[in-house]
Design a binder for this molecule. Structure first.
Ligand code: FES
Ligand code: MG
Length: 575
Protein backbone atom coordinates (compact mmCIF):
# COMPACT_ATOMS: atom_id res chain seq x y z
CA UNK A 1 0.00 0.00 0.00
CA UNK A 2 1.34 3.43 -0.92
CA UNK A 3 2.17 5.96 1.72
CA UNK A 4 -0.26 8.90 2.04
CA UNK A 5 0.96 12.53 1.93
CA UNK A 6 -0.05 13.04 5.56
CA UNK A 7 2.19 10.14 6.56
CA UNK A 8 5.31 11.74 5.14
CA UNK A 9 8.00 12.29 7.71
CA UNK A 10 8.49 15.87 6.48
CA UNK A 11 4.80 16.56 7.13
CA UNK A 12 5.59 16.41 10.84
CA UNK A 13 7.67 19.54 10.32
CA UNK A 14 5.50 21.35 7.81
CA UNK A 15 1.85 20.31 8.17
CA UNK A 16 0.56 20.95 11.73
CA UNK A 17 -1.27 24.18 12.47
CA UNK A 18 0.87 25.02 15.47
CA UNK A 19 3.59 27.37 16.59
CA UNK A 20 6.62 25.21 15.72
CA UNK A 21 5.38 24.29 12.27
CA UNK A 22 4.62 27.89 11.50
CA UNK A 23 8.28 28.53 12.28
CA UNK A 24 9.36 25.75 9.88
CA UNK A 25 7.13 27.09 7.11
CA UNK A 26 8.19 30.71 7.57
CA UNK A 27 11.85 29.69 7.46
CA UNK A 28 11.27 27.60 4.33
CA UNK A 29 9.66 30.69 2.79
CA UNK A 30 12.77 32.64 3.79
CA UNK A 31 14.63 30.40 1.31
CA UNK A 32 12.10 31.11 -1.42
CA UNK A 33 10.02 27.99 -0.90
CA UNK A 34 6.24 28.17 -1.09
CA UNK A 35 3.43 25.82 -0.15
CA UNK A 36 3.92 23.99 -3.47
CA UNK A 37 7.33 22.88 -2.22
CA UNK A 38 6.27 21.21 1.01
CA UNK A 39 2.59 20.38 0.84
CA UNK A 40 2.05 16.71 0.15
CA UNK A 41 5.46 16.32 -1.48
CA UNK A 42 8.40 14.20 -0.38
CA UNK A 43 11.44 16.24 0.60
CA UNK A 44 14.52 14.47 -0.71
CA UNK A 45 17.94 14.93 0.84
CA UNK A 46 20.81 14.95 -1.64
CA UNK A 47 23.80 14.06 0.47
CA UNK A 48 26.75 15.62 -1.33
CA UNK A 49 30.40 14.81 -0.71
CA UNK A 50 31.63 17.45 -3.17
CA UNK A 51 34.45 19.73 -2.04
CA UNK A 52 37.21 21.81 -3.56
CA UNK A 53 39.69 19.28 -2.19
CA UNK A 54 38.02 16.13 -3.49
CA UNK A 55 39.17 15.37 -7.04
CA UNK A 56 37.15 12.17 -7.18
CA UNK A 57 33.92 14.02 -6.29
CA UNK A 58 34.66 17.19 -8.19
CA UNK A 59 31.68 16.76 -10.54
CA UNK A 60 29.16 16.15 -7.77
CA UNK A 61 28.35 19.83 -7.35
CA UNK A 62 27.07 19.73 -10.94
CA UNK A 63 25.48 16.28 -10.58
CA UNK A 64 23.39 17.49 -7.64
CA UNK A 65 21.56 19.69 -10.15
CA UNK A 66 20.77 16.63 -12.28
CA UNK A 67 19.44 14.77 -9.26
CA UNK A 68 17.30 17.83 -8.43
CA UNK A 69 15.95 17.84 -11.99
CA UNK A 70 14.77 14.24 -11.53
CA UNK A 71 13.24 14.96 -8.14
CA UNK A 72 11.30 17.93 -9.52
CA UNK A 73 10.16 15.93 -12.56
CA UNK A 74 8.69 13.30 -10.28
CA UNK A 75 6.94 15.66 -7.88
CA UNK A 76 9.35 16.01 -4.98
CA UNK A 77 11.33 18.80 -3.35
CA UNK A 78 15.13 18.52 -3.38
CA UNK A 79 17.32 19.64 -0.48
CA UNK A 80 21.07 19.37 -0.97
CA UNK A 81 22.94 18.70 2.27
CA UNK A 82 26.75 18.72 2.28
CA UNK A 83 28.78 16.23 4.31
CA UNK A 84 32.45 15.31 4.71
CA UNK A 85 34.31 14.87 1.38
CA UNK A 86 36.32 11.70 2.19
CA UNK A 87 39.15 12.90 -0.08
CA UNK A 88 41.31 9.79 -0.02
CA UNK A 89 44.40 11.37 -1.56
CA UNK A 90 44.62 14.29 0.82
CA UNK A 91 43.36 13.23 4.25
CA UNK A 92 46.03 12.60 6.84
CA UNK A 93 46.75 10.42 8.69
CA UNK A 94 44.23 8.35 6.70
CA UNK A 95 40.66 8.74 5.49
CA UNK A 96 39.81 5.55 7.39
CA UNK A 97 40.05 7.55 10.60
CA UNK A 98 36.98 9.42 9.36
CA UNK A 99 34.76 6.73 7.80
CA UNK A 100 32.73 6.27 10.96
CA UNK A 101 32.62 9.99 11.67
CA UNK A 102 31.18 10.42 8.17
CA UNK A 103 28.66 7.64 8.72
CA UNK A 104 27.54 9.31 11.94
CA UNK A 105 27.30 12.64 10.14
CA UNK A 106 25.07 11.12 7.45
CA UNK A 107 22.83 9.36 9.97
CA UNK A 108 22.39 12.42 12.16
CA UNK A 109 22.04 14.85 9.23
CA UNK A 110 19.14 12.77 7.97
CA UNK A 111 17.61 12.25 11.39
CA UNK A 112 17.58 15.90 12.31
CA UNK A 113 16.24 17.32 9.04
CA UNK A 114 12.71 17.23 7.57
CA UNK A 115 13.44 14.68 4.84
CA UNK A 116 11.60 11.62 3.53
CA UNK A 117 14.12 9.97 1.24
CA UNK A 118 17.75 10.26 0.28
CA UNK A 119 20.07 10.25 -2.71
CA UNK A 120 23.64 9.65 -1.57
CA UNK A 121 26.46 10.86 -3.81
CA UNK A 122 30.00 9.59 -3.38
CA UNK A 123 32.45 6.96 -4.52
CA UNK A 124 35.99 7.73 -3.37
CA UNK A 125 37.09 4.85 -1.17
CA UNK A 126 35.59 5.41 2.29
CA UNK A 127 32.69 7.50 1.06
CA UNK A 128 30.60 4.58 -0.20
CA UNK A 129 30.66 2.59 3.04
CA UNK A 130 30.32 5.73 5.16
CA UNK A 131 27.28 6.97 3.23
CA UNK A 132 25.63 3.57 3.07
CA UNK A 133 26.33 2.71 6.71
CA UNK A 134 24.84 6.00 7.89
CA UNK A 135 21.82 5.63 5.64
CA UNK A 136 21.21 2.04 6.75
CA UNK A 137 21.31 3.09 10.39
CA UNK A 138 18.86 5.93 9.72
CA UNK A 139 16.50 3.65 7.81
CA UNK A 140 14.95 6.10 5.30
CA UNK A 141 14.49 4.98 1.68
CA UNK A 142 17.75 5.77 -0.14
CA UNK A 143 19.51 5.40 -3.47
CA UNK A 144 23.27 5.56 -3.82
CA UNK A 145 24.53 7.42 -6.89
CA UNK A 146 28.13 6.30 -7.48
CA UNK A 147 30.51 9.09 -8.51
CA UNK A 148 31.88 6.85 -11.26
CA UNK A 149 35.47 6.27 -12.29
CA UNK A 150 37.67 8.73 -14.18
CA UNK A 151 38.77 7.98 -17.74
CA UNK A 152 41.86 5.87 -18.43
CA UNK A 153 45.26 7.35 -17.69
CA UNK A 154 47.69 7.91 -20.54
CA UNK A 155 51.39 8.64 -20.78
CA UNK A 156 53.53 8.29 -23.89
CA UNK A 157 51.01 5.98 -25.47
CA UNK A 158 50.86 3.76 -22.38
CA UNK A 159 47.55 3.12 -20.64
CA UNK A 160 47.95 4.07 -16.96
CA UNK A 161 45.90 2.73 -14.05
CA UNK A 162 45.33 4.78 -10.87
CA UNK A 163 47.59 3.76 -8.02
CA UNK A 164 48.67 0.48 -9.60
CA UNK A 165 50.93 2.15 -12.18
CA UNK A 166 52.18 4.71 -9.69
CA UNK A 167 53.60 1.91 -7.54
CA UNK A 168 55.07 0.21 -10.62
CA UNK A 169 56.75 3.33 -11.98
CA UNK A 170 58.00 4.23 -8.47
CA UNK A 171 59.73 0.87 -8.18
CA UNK A 172 61.39 1.51 -11.56
CA UNK A 173 62.41 5.00 -10.48
CA UNK A 174 63.98 3.65 -7.27
CA UNK A 175 65.70 0.95 -9.28
CA UNK A 176 67.15 3.72 -11.48
CA UNK A 177 65.33 2.57 -14.63
CA UNK A 178 63.34 5.74 -15.46
CA UNK A 179 64.20 9.44 -15.46
CA UNK A 180 62.63 12.23 -13.46
CA UNK A 181 61.07 13.60 -16.66
CA UNK A 182 59.36 10.27 -17.33
CA UNK A 183 58.17 10.16 -13.74
CA UNK A 184 56.66 13.64 -14.15
CA UNK A 185 55.02 12.54 -17.38
CA UNK A 186 53.24 9.82 -15.42
CA UNK A 187 52.26 12.40 -12.81
CA UNK A 188 50.54 14.54 -15.46
CA UNK A 189 48.86 11.67 -17.28
CA UNK A 190 47.57 9.34 -14.63
CA UNK A 191 44.51 11.35 -13.51
CA UNK A 192 42.94 13.11 -16.51
CA UNK A 193 39.33 13.74 -15.45
CA UNK A 194 37.16 13.98 -12.39
CA UNK A 195 35.93 10.69 -10.95
CA UNK A 196 37.36 7.95 -8.80
CA UNK A 197 40.41 5.76 -9.39
CA UNK A 198 39.76 3.70 -12.54
CA UNK A 199 41.48 0.52 -11.50
CA UNK A 200 39.52 -2.06 -9.47
CA UNK A 201 40.70 -0.25 -6.36
CA UNK A 202 38.65 0.36 -3.28
CA UNK A 203 36.44 2.95 -4.97
CA UNK A 204 35.37 0.78 -7.92
CA UNK A 205 35.12 -2.21 -5.62
CA UNK A 206 32.82 -0.43 -3.18
CA UNK A 207 30.65 1.15 -5.87
CA UNK A 208 30.25 -2.33 -7.41
CA UNK A 209 29.44 -3.79 -4.02
CA UNK A 210 26.77 -1.13 -3.52
CA UNK A 211 25.16 -2.13 -6.80
CA UNK A 212 25.34 -5.82 -5.84
CA UNK A 213 23.64 -5.00 -2.53
CA UNK A 214 20.84 -3.47 -4.62
CA UNK A 215 21.22 0.12 -3.40
CA UNK A 216 22.05 1.66 -6.80
CA UNK A 217 19.98 1.71 -9.95
CA UNK A 218 21.05 -1.02 -12.43
CA UNK A 219 24.40 -0.32 -14.08
CA UNK A 220 25.07 2.85 -12.08
CA UNK A 221 28.38 1.72 -10.59
CA UNK A 222 30.20 1.28 -13.92
CA UNK A 223 29.37 4.56 -15.69
CA UNK A 224 32.51 6.68 -16.09
CA UNK A 225 32.17 9.99 -14.24
CA UNK A 226 32.51 12.23 -17.36
CA UNK A 227 30.06 10.19 -19.51
CA UNK A 228 26.77 11.96 -20.29
CA UNK A 229 25.05 8.79 -19.12
CA UNK A 230 26.19 9.75 -15.64
CA UNK A 231 24.03 12.88 -15.74
CA UNK A 232 21.08 10.85 -16.96
CA UNK A 233 21.66 8.36 -14.16
CA UNK A 234 21.69 11.23 -11.65
CA UNK A 235 18.30 12.43 -12.89
CA UNK A 236 16.95 8.86 -12.86
CA UNK A 237 17.96 8.54 -9.19
CA UNK A 238 16.04 11.74 -8.47
CA UNK A 239 12.90 10.40 -10.16
CA UNK A 240 13.08 6.94 -8.63
CA UNK A 241 13.60 8.05 -5.03
CA UNK A 242 10.16 9.70 -5.09
CA UNK A 243 8.52 6.37 -5.88
CA UNK A 244 10.62 4.69 -3.21
CA UNK A 245 9.30 7.11 -0.60
CA UNK A 246 5.67 6.41 -1.56
CA UNK A 247 6.42 2.66 -1.65
CA UNK A 248 8.19 2.95 1.71
CA UNK A 249 11.03 0.86 0.28
CA UNK A 250 13.31 1.12 3.31
CA UNK A 251 16.86 -0.32 3.45
CA UNK A 252 15.88 -3.26 5.68
CA UNK A 253 13.96 -4.64 2.67
CA UNK A 254 17.09 -4.44 0.51
CA UNK A 255 20.09 -5.12 2.77
CA UNK A 256 19.34 -8.72 3.75
CA UNK A 257 21.45 -11.84 4.35
CA UNK A 258 20.76 -12.79 0.70
CA UNK A 259 21.83 -9.45 -0.77
CA UNK A 260 24.87 -9.44 1.53
CA UNK A 261 25.87 -12.79 0.09
CA UNK A 262 25.44 -11.34 -3.40
CA UNK A 263 27.64 -8.39 -2.45
CA UNK A 264 30.44 -10.66 -1.20
CA UNK A 265 30.12 -12.85 -4.30
CA UNK A 266 30.37 -9.89 -6.66
CA UNK A 267 33.30 -8.47 -4.68
CA UNK A 268 35.20 -11.71 -5.14
CA UNK A 269 34.40 -11.90 -8.85
CA UNK A 270 35.61 -8.34 -9.46
CA UNK A 271 39.04 -9.05 -7.95
CA UNK A 272 38.14 -6.64 -5.22
CA UNK A 273 40.24 -4.45 -2.99
CA UNK A 274 41.31 -5.98 0.33
CA UNK A 275 39.52 -3.06 1.98
CA UNK A 276 36.23 -4.56 0.79
CA UNK A 277 36.39 -7.10 3.59
CA UNK A 278 36.37 -4.47 6.31
CA UNK A 279 33.62 -2.41 4.69
CA UNK A 280 31.43 -5.39 3.80
CA UNK A 281 31.49 -6.55 7.40
CA UNK A 282 30.76 -3.05 8.69
CA UNK A 283 27.90 -2.45 6.24
CA UNK A 284 26.27 -5.81 6.94
CA UNK A 285 26.55 -5.36 10.70
CA UNK A 286 24.82 -1.98 10.44
CA UNK A 287 21.87 -3.93 9.07
CA UNK A 288 22.13 -6.45 11.92
CA UNK A 289 23.64 -9.15 9.67
CA UNK A 290 26.54 -10.88 11.45
CA UNK A 291 28.92 -11.27 8.51
CA UNK A 292 32.34 -12.63 9.50
CA UNK A 293 35.73 -13.27 7.91
CA UNK A 294 35.08 -16.99 7.56
CA UNK A 295 31.82 -16.39 5.66
CA UNK A 296 33.75 -14.25 3.21
CA UNK A 297 36.55 -16.77 2.82
CA UNK A 298 34.06 -19.58 2.21
CA UNK A 299 32.40 -17.63 -0.61
CA UNK A 300 35.83 -16.68 -1.98
CA UNK A 301 36.79 -20.33 -2.36
CA UNK A 302 33.93 -20.89 -4.79
CA UNK A 303 33.90 -17.65 -6.79
CA UNK A 304 36.60 -17.00 -9.41
CA UNK A 305 37.83 -13.56 -10.38
CA UNK A 306 36.21 -12.82 -13.77
CA UNK A 307 36.74 -9.05 -14.13
CA UNK A 308 40.01 -8.65 -16.01
CA UNK A 309 40.83 -5.26 -14.53
CA UNK A 310 44.05 -4.10 -12.94
CA UNK A 311 45.48 -4.79 -10.41
CA UNK A 312 44.18 -8.40 -10.44
CA UNK A 313 43.75 -8.38 -14.22
CA UNK A 314 46.43 -7.60 -16.72
CA UNK A 315 45.38 -4.84 -18.99
CA UNK A 316 41.94 -3.33 -18.67
CA UNK A 317 40.50 -0.49 -16.61
CA UNK A 318 37.02 0.59 -15.47
CA UNK A 319 36.29 2.41 -18.73
CA UNK A 320 36.83 -0.88 -20.59
CA UNK A 321 34.60 -2.61 -18.05
CA UNK A 322 31.79 -0.15 -18.80
CA UNK A 323 32.08 -0.70 -22.55
CA UNK A 324 32.03 -4.44 -21.95
CA UNK A 325 28.66 -4.20 -20.23
CA UNK A 326 29.70 -3.20 -16.73
CA UNK A 327 28.52 -4.74 -13.52
CA UNK A 328 25.16 -5.98 -14.89
CA UNK A 329 27.07 -8.06 -17.45
CA UNK A 330 29.38 -9.40 -14.75
CA UNK A 331 26.41 -10.31 -12.54
CA UNK A 332 24.76 -12.04 -15.46
CA UNK A 333 27.90 -14.16 -15.97
CA UNK A 334 27.67 -15.13 -12.29
CA UNK A 335 24.13 -16.38 -12.95
CA UNK A 336 22.82 -18.69 -10.26
CA UNK A 337 25.77 -17.96 -7.98
CA UNK A 338 23.68 -14.90 -7.08
CA UNK A 339 20.28 -14.84 -5.41
CA UNK A 340 18.31 -13.15 -8.17
CA UNK A 341 15.11 -12.91 -6.13
CA UNK A 342 16.31 -10.06 -3.91
CA UNK A 343 14.67 -6.63 -4.12
CA UNK A 344 16.67 -3.63 -5.34
CA UNK A 345 16.05 0.12 -5.14
CA UNK A 346 14.80 0.00 -8.74
CA UNK A 347 11.65 -1.70 -7.47
CA UNK A 348 12.61 -4.78 -9.48
CA UNK A 349 14.27 -7.91 -8.26
CA UNK A 350 17.94 -8.30 -9.13
CA UNK A 351 17.00 -10.91 -11.74
CA UNK A 352 14.49 -8.58 -13.40
CA UNK A 353 16.98 -5.73 -13.41
CA UNK A 354 19.57 -7.90 -15.19
CA UNK A 355 17.23 -8.94 -18.00
CA UNK A 356 18.79 -6.63 -20.62
CA UNK A 357 22.39 -7.11 -19.54
CA UNK A 358 24.92 -8.33 -22.13
CA UNK A 359 28.62 -9.07 -22.10
CA UNK A 360 30.18 -7.29 -25.09
CA UNK A 361 33.77 -8.31 -24.44
CA UNK A 362 34.55 -11.74 -23.03
CA UNK A 363 38.18 -10.82 -22.47
CA UNK A 364 37.26 -7.98 -20.08
CA UNK A 365 34.40 -9.82 -18.36
CA UNK A 366 35.40 -13.45 -18.52
CA UNK A 367 32.98 -16.35 -18.46
CA UNK A 368 33.18 -18.50 -15.32
CA UNK A 369 34.88 -21.17 -17.41
CA UNK A 370 37.82 -18.89 -18.30
CA UNK A 371 38.54 -16.80 -15.18
CA UNK A 372 41.41 -14.42 -14.46
CA UNK A 373 42.03 -16.30 -11.21
CA UNK A 374 40.38 -19.55 -10.25
CA UNK A 375 39.40 -18.61 -6.71
CA UNK A 376 38.03 -15.38 -5.28
CA UNK A 377 40.18 -12.32 -4.97
CA UNK A 378 40.92 -12.59 -1.26
CA UNK A 379 41.83 -15.20 1.32
CA UNK A 380 41.54 -15.10 5.11
CA UNK A 381 44.49 -16.45 7.12
CA UNK A 382 44.64 -17.55 10.74
CA UNK A 383 47.29 -18.87 13.12
CA UNK A 384 49.31 -17.92 16.16
CA UNK A 385 50.28 -14.65 14.51
CA UNK A 386 46.70 -13.66 13.69
CA UNK A 387 44.19 -15.54 15.88
CA UNK A 388 41.40 -13.18 14.77
CA UNK A 389 42.41 -13.31 11.14
CA UNK A 390 44.46 -11.60 8.45
CA UNK A 391 43.84 -11.02 4.76
CA UNK A 392 45.87 -11.59 1.59
CA UNK A 393 45.08 -11.06 -2.10
CA UNK A 394 46.30 -14.17 -3.92
CA UNK A 395 44.84 -12.86 -7.17
CA UNK A 396 47.39 -10.02 -7.28
CA UNK A 397 50.68 -11.50 -6.05
CA UNK A 398 53.53 -13.65 -7.29
CA UNK A 399 52.20 -17.21 -6.93
CA UNK A 400 55.56 -18.49 -5.69
CA UNK A 401 54.85 -16.86 -2.31
CA UNK A 402 51.54 -18.69 -1.75
CA UNK A 403 53.50 -21.01 0.49
CA UNK A 404 56.50 -19.41 2.08
CA UNK A 405 58.85 -19.63 5.04
CA UNK A 406 61.24 -16.83 5.93
CA UNK A 407 62.79 -14.77 8.71
CA UNK A 408 61.02 -11.63 9.91
CA UNK A 409 62.47 -8.13 9.74
CA UNK A 410 60.33 -6.14 12.17
CA UNK A 411 59.72 -2.38 12.14
CA UNK A 412 57.71 -0.73 14.92
CA UNK A 413 56.88 2.39 12.92
CA UNK A 414 56.76 3.61 9.34
CA UNK A 415 59.85 5.75 9.95
CA UNK A 416 61.83 2.72 11.09
CA UNK A 417 60.58 0.76 8.11
CA UNK A 418 61.64 3.46 5.66
CA UNK A 419 65.21 3.36 7.00
CA UNK A 420 65.30 -0.39 6.49
CA UNK A 421 64.03 -0.39 2.92
CA UNK A 422 66.29 2.47 1.85
CA UNK A 423 69.42 1.00 3.47
CA UNK A 424 71.07 -1.04 0.73
CA UNK A 425 73.36 -2.73 3.27
CA UNK A 426 70.57 -3.93 5.57
CA UNK A 427 70.92 -7.71 5.90
CA UNK A 428 68.02 -9.35 4.03
CA UNK A 429 67.26 -11.88 1.33
CA UNK A 430 64.35 -12.30 -1.09
CA UNK A 431 62.95 -14.79 1.47
CA UNK A 432 62.86 -12.25 4.30
CA UNK A 433 59.43 -11.17 5.52
CA UNK A 434 59.15 -7.40 6.02
CA UNK A 435 56.92 -6.63 8.99
CA UNK A 436 55.32 -3.33 9.94
CA UNK A 437 53.35 -3.16 13.18
CA UNK A 438 51.50 -0.55 15.27
CA UNK A 439 49.66 0.43 12.07
CA UNK A 440 46.26 -1.03 12.96
CA UNK A 441 42.96 0.65 13.86
CA UNK A 442 44.24 2.06 17.16
CA UNK A 443 47.95 2.03 16.45
CA UNK A 444 48.00 3.75 13.02
CA UNK A 445 45.79 5.39 14.11
CA UNK A 446 42.94 4.60 11.73
CA UNK A 447 44.69 1.67 10.04
CA UNK A 448 46.45 3.56 7.25
CA UNK A 449 47.18 2.08 3.82
CA UNK A 450 50.81 1.27 4.58
CA UNK A 451 50.50 -2.47 4.02
CA UNK A 452 52.02 -2.59 0.54
CA UNK A 453 55.42 -1.93 2.05
CA UNK A 454 57.66 -0.62 -0.75
CA UNK A 455 60.20 -3.15 -1.97
CA UNK A 456 63.65 -2.60 -0.41
CA UNK A 457 66.04 -0.79 -2.77
CA UNK A 458 68.64 -3.53 -2.56
CA UNK A 459 66.19 -6.22 -3.71
CA UNK A 460 64.79 -3.98 -6.47
CA UNK A 461 68.28 -3.55 -7.88
CA UNK A 462 68.70 -7.32 -7.85
CA UNK A 463 65.58 -7.52 -10.04
CA UNK A 464 63.00 -8.60 -7.41
CA UNK A 465 59.52 -7.08 -7.64
CA UNK A 466 57.64 -9.00 -4.91
CA UNK A 467 58.32 -10.42 -1.46
CA UNK A 468 56.22 -11.36 1.57
CA UNK A 469 55.23 -8.36 3.65
CA UNK A 470 53.09 -8.38 6.76
CA UNK A 471 51.30 -5.75 8.81
CA UNK A 472 48.25 -4.83 10.85
CA UNK A 473 47.67 -2.01 8.34
CA UNK A 474 45.48 -1.96 5.22
CA UNK A 475 46.67 -1.40 1.68
CA UNK A 476 45.23 0.60 -1.17
CA UNK A 477 42.85 -1.33 -3.37
CA UNK A 478 45.06 -0.42 -6.31
CA UNK A 479 48.01 -2.20 -4.67
CA UNK A 480 49.34 -5.66 -5.32
CA UNK A 481 51.95 -8.09 -4.05
CA UNK A 482 52.36 -10.77 -1.38
CA UNK A 483 51.13 -8.46 1.39
CA UNK A 484 49.50 -9.96 4.48
CA UNK A 485 47.22 -7.31 5.95
CA UNK A 486 44.70 -6.55 8.72
CA UNK A 487 46.47 -8.82 11.24
CA UNK A 488 44.09 -9.02 14.20
CA UNK A 489 44.31 -8.34 17.05
CA UNK A 490 46.66 -5.49 16.16
CA UNK A 491 50.08 -5.07 17.78
CA UNK A 492 49.21 -1.77 19.49
CA UNK A 493 46.75 -3.49 21.82
CA UNK A 494 49.07 -6.43 22.46
CA UNK A 495 48.07 -8.85 19.70
CA UNK A 496 50.62 -11.63 19.08
CA UNK A 497 52.18 -9.51 16.32
CA UNK A 498 53.51 -7.31 19.14
CA UNK A 499 55.59 -10.27 20.34
CA UNK A 500 57.30 -11.03 17.02
CA UNK A 501 61.04 -10.35 16.80
CA UNK A 502 63.45 -9.89 13.92
CA UNK A 503 64.81 -13.29 12.93
CA UNK A 504 61.69 -15.28 13.96
CA UNK A 505 60.55 -17.61 11.19
CA UNK A 506 57.17 -16.83 9.65
CA UNK A 507 55.23 -19.55 7.85
CA UNK A 508 52.59 -18.63 5.30
CA UNK A 509 50.39 -21.27 3.66
CA UNK A 510 47.62 -19.67 1.61
CA UNK A 511 46.01 -22.95 0.39
CA UNK A 512 45.64 -23.99 4.06
CA UNK A 513 44.82 -20.41 5.05
CA UNK A 514 47.47 -20.46 7.80
CA UNK A 515 49.86 -17.84 9.13
CA UNK A 516 52.21 -18.68 12.00
CA UNK A 517 55.40 -17.62 13.67
CA UNK A 518 57.61 -20.46 14.68
CA UNK A 519 58.02 -19.41 18.29
CA UNK A 520 57.15 -21.70 21.20
CA UNK A 521 54.22 -20.96 23.49
CA UNK A 522 56.60 -20.70 26.47
CA UNK A 523 58.74 -18.15 24.68
CA UNK A 524 55.62 -16.19 23.67
CA UNK A 525 54.35 -16.06 27.28
CA UNK A 526 57.75 -14.81 28.38
CA UNK A 527 57.67 -12.10 25.73
CA UNK A 528 54.10 -11.20 26.69
CA UNK A 529 55.15 -10.70 30.30
CA UNK A 530 57.85 -8.28 29.08
CA UNK A 531 55.57 -6.38 26.68
CA UNK A 532 54.86 -2.76 27.53
CA UNK A 533 51.75 -1.14 26.03
CA UNK A 534 52.57 1.95 23.96
CA UNK A 535 51.13 5.27 25.17
CA UNK A 536 47.76 6.31 23.65
CA UNK A 537 47.88 8.37 20.45
CA UNK A 538 45.39 11.05 21.52
CA UNK A 539 44.68 12.75 24.83
CA UNK A 540 41.57 14.59 23.65
CA UNK A 541 39.22 15.19 20.73
CA UNK A 542 37.82 12.91 18.05
CA UNK A 543 40.94 10.71 18.04
CA UNK A 544 40.45 10.01 21.73
CA UNK A 545 36.84 8.99 21.16
CA UNK A 546 37.91 6.91 18.15
CA UNK A 547 40.41 4.98 20.28
CA UNK A 548 37.80 4.28 22.98
CA UNK A 549 35.29 2.77 20.57
CA UNK A 550 36.98 1.46 17.42
CA UNK A 551 36.59 -2.27 16.80
CA UNK A 552 39.24 -4.52 15.28
CA UNK A 553 39.50 -5.27 11.55
CA UNK A 554 37.67 -8.61 11.77
CA UNK A 555 34.62 -6.74 13.11
CA UNK A 556 34.72 -4.10 10.36
CA UNK A 557 36.38 -1.25 12.32
CA UNK A 558 33.04 0.31 13.25
CA UNK A 559 32.47 2.06 16.56
CA UNK A 560 31.02 -0.38 19.07
CA UNK A 561 28.13 1.95 19.95
CA UNK A 562 26.91 2.14 16.35
CA UNK A 563 26.11 -1.57 16.12
CA UNK A 564 22.48 -2.71 16.16
CA UNK A 565 23.10 -4.86 19.23
CA UNK A 566 24.51 -2.00 21.31
CA UNK A 567 21.21 -0.60 22.55
CA UNK A 568 17.63 0.22 21.66
CA UNK A 569 17.06 1.89 18.27
CA UNK A 570 17.34 5.69 18.30
CA UNK A 571 13.86 7.23 18.45
CA UNK A 572 12.67 9.76 15.89
CA UNK A 573 13.26 13.29 17.16
CA UNK A 574 10.31 14.83 18.99
CA UNK A 575 9.00 17.94 17.35
FE1 FES B 1 39.43 8.78 -4.70
FE2 FES B 1 41.12 6.70 -5.49
S1 FES B 1 41.59 8.59 -4.54
S2 FES B 1 38.97 6.87 -5.55
MG1 MG C 1 42.44 3.78 -2.57
Amino acid sequence: MLKKPEDLRSARWFAPDDLRSMGHRSRAMQMGWSEEDWQGKPVIAIINTWSDLSPCHHHLRDRADWVKRGILQAGGTPAELPVHDFAEQFLKPTSMLYRNLGAMEVEETLRSHPVDGVVLMGGCDKSTPALVMGAISMGLPFIFLPAGAMIRGNYAGQKLGSGTDVWKYWDERRAGNITRAEWEGVQGGIARSYGTCMTMGTASTMMSIAEAFGVTLPGASSIPAPDAAHKRMAAACGRRIIDMVWEDLTPDKIITPQSTRNAVTVAMATGCSTNAIIHLIAMARRAGIPLGLDDIDAIGRTIPVIANIRPSGTDYLMEDFYYAGGLPALMQELGDKLDLSVMTVSGQTLGESLAGARNYNADVIRPLTDPVYTEGSLAVLRGNLAPDGAVIKPAAMDAKFLTHKGPAIVADSYGELKEIIDDEDFPMTPDSVLVLRNAGPKGGPGMPEWGMIPMPKALLKQGHRDMVRLSDARMSGTSFGACILHVAPEAFIGGPLALLRTGDIIELHVPNRSLNMRVSDEELSQRRADWVAPPPKYGRGYGWMFAQHIEQADKGCDFDFLGTEFGAPVPEPEI
